[in-house]
Design a protein around this ligand. Structure first.
Ligand code: ATP
Ligand code: MG
Length: 450
């Protein structure tokens, strides 16, 4: 336990010797106003209100009004009343990740929420709200990352340091795709942010999908839907902070977040409570300013460090892919994976719609042969889907168009290729080999040689 003792000594040394405090002057809904220390505070600072029952309620400064500071609590405000003491704590929230965090489940403050004892803290503090590395100093995206899911590996190849969104309506399989990535990808380290998802799902995810083996190379940051908006927002920041720690140690990190939409919703709640006027669909301008600040933190690091490959799920409300959050996130990321309800309804999982999905780094990272394979397969899918109605109705006569004839032959095989049971992994080379094998079959005959 020497690590733990060092951690404790460090904690004691870091305790502040003097403390500024103000008093609660009003509580309105979720917002607590304090007076007395407002000139010492700025937006984003942390305070701690001592409630009547001596409970300490952590809060964050979200704004100022008529000479008072507006605080939003991380937890419930029961027991907080007029005149309660509000102490200023450290100004910028920090985490102290260490390698010993692998295998652990933590909350937005970096506190353990599993039953594996206290966290061993690292030497260096990492800010929860770090700036992304300067664009001109960042490395280019690296080589391919094997995601273990063949629809993605072949049609939407992902490179180290790339950021992709997984877009789908509710219940189309976003979380299931993430669980496949956790189990099957070849990433060295996986940092998973479960932001605002259901508590039951989070537990199943950690126990069943991740399992002991998956957890051993992962850190999970968890804020369930019943936690306050500040906790949910901070869980998203903390996920990136932990990923940045491992990136700075030279690792290629896979950062998964379920979901960015819940992060945006948390920010919306925070902004609206602080009195910011809503813009698009109730989302405030701050939401659209915060999204790139969060998502840009994933990506390649500066030379001498590793990279953060980011896969972020986006809940597409009402299956409308043009709703404001989807639109904003799509514009920030280097590609989007679209899961389609119609495909899920015909029971083809993962329900990736390869025609509507794009990986912006893809043609450059593949060989000419691989690009040709993928483009040929895409063309077959397009041809078939254009004619699908006629074919289904029996209105198409075989022989009238050789391209359509070929598509009718290849399409079911490509569909079968795109389907992949949750437990099965397919590496990059096998994926391409399978696709090649399909395209080498001859319509109406056995495997050919071209
Ligand atoms: N690979 C798969 N194989 C079989 N069924 C699947 C697969 N992926 C998803 N499903 C089905 O779809 C359901 C919803 O999946 P999942 O929870 O991953 O969706 P989601 O998009 O994360 O949903 P939400 O928007 O509610 O978070 C699952 O309960 C399961 O029935
Ligand atoms: Mg989900």
């Amino acid at each position: 336990m020497p690590g733990l003792i060092q951690t404790l000594i460090g904690e004691i040394e870091r305790l502040p010797t003097d403390r500024l405090f103000g008093r609660v002057s009003s509580v309105r809904g979720l917002i607590v106003e304090i007076g007395g220390v407002q000139v010492n505070l700025s937006v984003g600072d942390r305070c701690r209100i001592i409630a009547r029952d001596d409970r300490s309620v952590p809060c964050e400064v979200v704004g100022f009004r008529s000479g008072h500071a507006l605080l939003l609590p991380y937890e419930g405000v029961e027991g907080v009343g007029l005149g309660c003491r509000a102490e200023l704590t450290e100004s910028a929230p920090m985490l102290r990740p260490s390698d010993a965090w692998l295998g652990r489940v933590i909350n937005a403050f970096g506190e353990p929420v599993d039953d594996k004892g206290p966290m061993v803290l690292g030497e260096r503090p990492y800010p929860v709200r770090a700036q992304p590395p300067p664009a001109h100093q960042r490395q280019r995206v690296g080589g391919k990352l094997d995601l273990g899911v063949r629809a993605l590996n072949t049609f939407l190849t992902c490179c180290q340091g790339q950021r992709l969104g997984i877009f789908a309506g509710s219940g189309v399989g976003k979380s299931t795709v993430l669980s496949m990535l956790i189990r099957h990808s070849k990433a060295e380290i996986v940092v998973i942010g479960l932001v605002g998802e259901r508590g039951r799902e989070a537990r199943e995810f950690i126990e069943d999908d991740l399992g002991e083996e998956g957890l051993a190379r992962s850190v999970v940051v968890l804020a369930t839907s019943d936690e306050g908006p500040l906790m949910r927002r901070q869980a998203a920041y903390a996920t990136l902070t932990v990923a940045e720690y491992f990136r700075d140690r030279g690792h290629n990190v896979l950062c998964l977040m379920d979901s960015v939409t819940r992060f945006a919703m948390a920010q919306r709640e925070i902004s609206l409570s602080a009195g910011e006027p809503p813009a698009s669909k109730g989302y405030t301008p701050t939401v659209f300013a915060e999204l790139p600040r969060l998502l840009e933190r994933a990506g390649p690091g500066v030379p001498g460090t590793g990279s953060i490959t980011g896969l972020f799920t986006v809940l597409v409300e009402g299956d409308d892919h043009n709703e404001p959050i989807s639109d904003a996130v799509r514009g920030i990321l280097d590609g989007h994976i679209v899961l389609d309800r119609a495909i899920a309804e015909r029971n083809r999982y993962p329900a990736v719609n390869v025609l509507r999905s794009v990986s912006r780094t893809m043609p450059a990272c593949n060989t000419d042969e691989q690009n040709l394979l993928v483009n040929t397969a895409r063309k077959i899918i397009t041809t078939y889907e254009d004619m699908a109605e006629l074919i289904r109705l029996g209105a198409y006569r075989m022989g009238s168009n050789p391209e359509v004839d070929a598509a009718i032959h290849y399409y079911p095989m490509i569909e079968a290729f795109l389907a992949q049971p949750k437990e099965e992994a397919t590496d990059l080379d096998t994926g391409y080999a399978m696709l090649k094998g399909i395209l080498e079959t001859q319509p109406g005959g056995e495997a050919g040689t071209h």
